[in-house]
Design a protein around this ligand. Structure first.
Ligand SMILES: Nc1nc2c(c(=O)[nH]1)N[C@H]1C(S)=C(S)[C@@H](COP(=O)(O)OP(=O)(O)OC[C@H]3O[C@@H](n4cnc5c(=O)[nH]c(N)nc54)[C@H](O)[C@@H]3O)O[C@H]1N2
Ligand SMILES: Nc1nc2c(c(=O)[nH]1)N[C@H]1C(S)=C(S)[C@@H](COP(=O)(O)OP(=O)(O)OC[C@H]3O[C@@H](n4cnc5c(=O)[nH]c(N)nc54)[C@H](O)[C@@H]3O)O[C@H]1N2
Ligand code: SF4
Ligand SMILES: [Mo]
Length: 895
């Protein structure tokens, strides 16, 4: 099934659905259900640039994986298609029954930074004002909540003071726990432009040497969890060097003396910082001197800071240094939290976190009353709700009986994910609003699956890292019976008897109400005020150009930078510097679990891959779930590079491919988060992650789980490429990915050649099989053809022998092509083509081998590679890798 005729025949300006950079995208529907995309040159966030993920959006619009009709679980445990009326009536009746039997607080909503502001607003309003449950939390708990907590503690409001412009004019950019090159690629290009054009310096603080580090001037590989010591030491250094801006502090900041005394306790001198962080004293001194002597410094951070048992203090430690020097609210300087999801910020605005009420209001008595009056809410909640991890504990303990999950995949992404999935399966009423028909959360068998509109079909607003509100606009029609999330929520609200408060003609009316609430009795007392949009009609909303909040009634053009006047939102309109707890990890490695598992992202995949996993281009960069570790650890634990390892934590386990990476410190491991039970046999990293949380934010520590590792050996390794999904029998290790022309699976097993041959005959008996069998050598290759066209191909070899994946993949790519020589194919040659190797540049599909060859032939720089092969000239995310390939090629030549 395809999308019907496009909604808008011409170009639609919308916003990328992935990261918090919030790039403007121009979509041109092709009239066949697809569309092509370019960066929007007029959007201030990206000025026309897109990264590999944004560039590949066209490969993710297919409907093959989508849920298109409301589904109800039947007695047998499978699903029946039902009408919207039946589904919505049943969900409303189910919620009512649970509220009647167990009280409204037995109901919980688990939302997502991938919802639009309008969806989020009505979900929050329904729960907190009408059903009367405070248990509304979001995957932003796993993402931004430590920043929210710290900004509220220190600034008195959850305000990101700066703007992207500051990255253009800073002289020093410090990236803390942020793999910006891969996770915020377009913003990283902007930083690199500044570095090239203005000589700005970039410092990276990360226990792991990342792609970001490769384009930095200084890399500090500090011990996991030790950021607080480093920034406490910086505050001490600033004080000792006489660089504290005493006038600024006296006017605008409380708590300086206590914060400094506390910093001296934690980090009395550089030696103490060196012990805590594992960094050399001279490296620390050089960093401190650089920071101290550069007034235009932006310190930016993301998950290495937030996802920590001490995330709130880590953020506060950074804010303290900026406050002490008055380096905040002015061009080219300031603390800057990089948000992850496209609408992480919008979720904070509406109050989607359990400890916020609405529109940046918390649970003060006056705030509760104000929101109650504004909403005319019959059941306004009066206390904070449970945060994600505790919410799921409450589900496991059956204190929460009903849960509605929207736009997130908690059975993968929450810590202790096996337990989470089991808890969800035990709910009395489990409802999921989803885009896809199958993911690990849906594997917990919700009672109802509600088909939600996806990116390209839905309409609303998102807010990026710099507080910029942009429109997401629909350019495709709604397929099947899919409906926007806000509509689904309002229909349930209506059936619960709250129709009057949930009658909206469209998202524009929801947005206008949200804007009005933000301005309601505000008078400058709250940072979040978009009252200037309260009167937007449909035309104004549809034509909205990207604007940075606040947008108070008298400043319709928005405000780029906040706190320039030193007026914070703490008591006396001052900021409050905070003492910090001494640095610590949630738990330490011990004998049973001697290593610390760090988790994070890869360049070309988005979270649980429900979209990027559909794109062959994006799947080519990193094809398999892996664990990276230092080569000395590979030896210590008897592992084999390119082999497999079993990882176990106190929570759960996974089996991953072993990758040697000396950028990972001995004692640590790194594994990407993207694979799930949908895409691999045993690679759901959330199953291992510990559920230990920061005391202020409740954000779990996802970067340092104690684990054990041991080698796993399989006798055979291989791959299968097929036009149709090709499930492998239990007992085989596999991972699945999109390839040109179908799907691919890389696998490893102990199954004999005969067993695999039997499998092929069983699946494809009716087709033409050409087999090469080497029983003694343990090799099996089989091509399946129908009328000369390749349907599937499988290669099996004894473990450790490269099975020619890239070459065969290139032959398989065209389903219509006749295979000129089966024997050449089974010999692993591509007649007329060459072996591209793994894709390095996803934008132009340039493989490793071509880049290597160009270097060997004399290219000297990544720029020359760009001229010759185009690689690296679009989004630039692969430039660090191209440079590394160049260095390797030169090293080989020199040897
Ligand atoms: N390609 C891609 N981009 C994305 C996403 C995606 O899925 N894929 N997701 C988006 C989302 S929602 C988010 S939240 C962001 C996340 O963006 P990032 O935070 O940049 O990404 P991560 O890989 O989670 O982690 C960042 C780094 O923290 C480091 N780290 C671990 N422990 C510590 C520590 O104790 N101290 C310090 N200083 N660093 C530490 C890790 O080694 C890692 O390199 O990315 C967004 N962008
Ligand atoms: N170990 C470990 N765990 C982590 C992290 C980590 O670094 N390490 N990072 C954490 C972070 S920062 C984040 S943000 C989370 C992300 O984790 P998740 O939010 O669980 O991951 P996604 O794959 O983005 O899930 C989004 C789901 O919503 C669906 N969806 C997308 N758009 C819509 C929509 O418009 N409407 C509806 N109804 N559904 C939609 C998609 O099909 C998909 O199933 O993971 C967290 N978990
Ligand atoms: S940097 Fe890439 S993923 Fe992020 S918004 Fe821009 S195009 Fe999308
Ligand atoms: Mo995130």
């Amino acid at each position: 099934m395809r999308h019907d005729a496009p909604l808008a025949p011409a170009v639609t300006c919308t916003t990328c659905p992935y990261c918090g950079v919030g790039c403007g995208v121009k979509a041109t529907p092709d009239g066949l259900g697809g569309a092509s995309f370019t960066g929007d040159a007029d959007h201030p966030a990206n000025r026309g640039r897109l990264c590999s993920k944004g560039s590949a959006l066209g490969e993710t619009l297919g409907l093959g994986s989508r849920v298109l009709y409301p589904l109800k679980r039947n007695a047998a445990g499978s699903y029946d298609r039902v009408s919207w009326d039946e589904a919505l009536d049943a969900v409303a009746a189910g919620l009512q029954a649970i509220a009647a039997g167990h009280g409204p607080e037995a109901i919980a909503f688990y939302l997502s930074g991938q919802l639009l502001t309008e969806d989020y607003y009505v979900a929050n309003k329904l729960a907190k004002g009408f059903i009367g449950t405070p248990h509304v939390d979001t995957n932003s708990r796993l993402c931004m909540s430590s920043t929210v907590a710290a900004q509220r503690r220190v600034f008195g409001s959850d305000t990101v003071p700066g703007a992207y412009e500051d990255f253009d004019s800073a002289d020093l950019i410090v990236l803390v726990g942020s793999n910006t090159a891969w996770c915020h690629p377009v913003l990283f290009r902007r930083m690199q432009d500044n570095r090239r054009e203005r000589g700005a310096r970039i410092v990276v603080l990360d226990p792991r040497v990342t792609a970001t580090a490769e384009d930095a001037d200084m890399v500090l590989t500090l011990k996991p969890g030790s950021d607080v010591a480093l920034f406490a030491g910086l505050l001490v250094h600033l004080a000792d060097r006489g660089l504290v801006d005493r006038t600024y502090v006296a006017r605008h900041v409380s708590g300086f003396d206590e914060a400094l005394a506390n910093a001296r306790d934690i980090a009395p001198d550089i030696t103490a910082v060196s012990v805590a962080t594992g960094l050399k004293p001279e490296v620390i001194a050089a960093f401190y001197e650089l920071w101290a002597s550069t007034p235009h410094v932006v310190t930016a951070w993301s998950q290495g800071v937030n996802q920590s048992a001490q995330g709130t203090d880590k953020v506060a430690a950074i804010l303290n240094c900026h406050l002490a020097t008055g380096r905040i609210g002015r061009p080219g300087c300031g603390p800057f939290s990089l948000t992850g999801q496209p609408n992480a910020m919008g979720g904070r605005e509406v109050g989607g976190l359990a400890n916020m009420l609405a529109a940046h209001m918390g649970y003060g008595a006056d705030e509760i009353d104000r929101v109650r009056r504004f909403w005319r809410a019959p059941h306004i909640v009066r206390h904070e709700g449970l945060k994600a991890v505790q919410m799921l504990d409450a589900v496991a303990e059956r204190r929460i009986r009903a849960m509605w999950v929207m736009a997130t995949n908690p059975a993968v992404s929450l810590p202790n994910a096996d337990k989470v999935r089991a808890a969800l399966a035990g709910l009395d009423l489990f409802v999921v609003s989803e885009n896809v028909l199958s993911n690990d959360t849906l594997a917990a068998r919700p009672h109802y699956i509600l088909p939600a509109a996806a990116w390209g079909e839905k309409d609303g607003t998102v807010t990026n890292s710099e507080r910029r509100i942009s429109r997401q606009r629909a350019f495709l029609s709604l397929p099947g019976e899919v409906r926007p999330d806000w509509w689904i929520i309002c229909e349930v609200a209506r059936r619960l008897g709250f129709g009057e408060a949930f009658t909206y003609a469209g998202p524009h009316e929801i947005y206008a109400e949200h804007a009005a609430l933000s301005a309601f009795e505000n008078d400058g007392t709250r940072d979040f005020d978009i009252g200037g949009h309260a009167g937007l009609g449909k035309a104004g909303y549809d034509g909205l150009t990207p604007v940075q909040w606040p947008v108070p009634a008298h400043r319709p053009q928005g405000i780029a930078r906040l706190f320039g006047d030193g007026n914070f939102f703490g008591p006396g309109r001052r900021a409050q510097m905070r003492p910090l707890a001494a640095p610590k990890l949630a738990s330490e490695a011990d004998e049973a679990f001697p290593l610390l598992l760090n988790t994070g992202r890869v360049r070309d995949h988005w979270h649980t891959m429900t979209r990027t996993g559909l794109s062959p281009r994006l799947s080519a960069h990193i094809a398999e779930p892996s664990v990276s570790l230092h080569s000395s650890e590979i030896t210590r634990f008897g592992l084999l590079e390119g082999g497999f390892a079993h990882l176990a934590s106190a929570q759960g386990g996974a089996v991953l491919k072993v990758v040697a990476d000396d950028g990972v410190s001995p004692g640590d491991l790194f594994a990407p988060i993207h694979w799930s039970d949908e895409t691999a046999s045993a690679a759901r990293i959330g199953a291992l992650t510990q559920p230990l949380c920061d005391p202020f934010s409740g954000q779990p520590e996802m970067k340092a789980t104690p684990v054990a590792i041991r080698p796993v050996a399989y006798r055979f390794e291989g791959f299968v490429l097929s036009r149709q999904p090709f499930a492998l029998p239990a007992g085989i290790w596999w991972s699945r990915l999109a390839v040109q022309g179908g799907e691919g699976r890389l696998f490893a097993s102990d199954a004999s050649v005969d067993a695999i041959a039997a499998l092929m005959r069983e699946r494809f008996g009716a087709e033409e099989l050409t087999e090469l069998i080497d029983r003694d050598g343990g090799g099996y290759r089989c091509a399946v053809l129908r009328e000369g066209r390749l349907l599937a191909v499988i290669f099996l070899a004894p473990a450790g022998r490269a099975p020619l994946w890239d070459t065969v993949k290139s032959v398989f790519a065209d389903p219509a092509a006749a295979v000129p020589s089966r024997l050449a194919l089974l010999a692993g040659r591509n007649p007329g083509g060459s072996d591209p190797g793994p894709t390095i540049c996803a934008c132009f599909g340039v493989g490793l081998n071509a880049i290597r060859a160009a270097f060997v032939a004399g290219a000297a720089t990544a720029e020359e590679i760009g001229v010759q092969l185009k690689a690296g000239t679009n989004c630039g995310s692969c430039l660090p890798e191209i440079r590394r390939i160049g260095a390797q090629a030169r090293a080989i030549e020199a040897a």
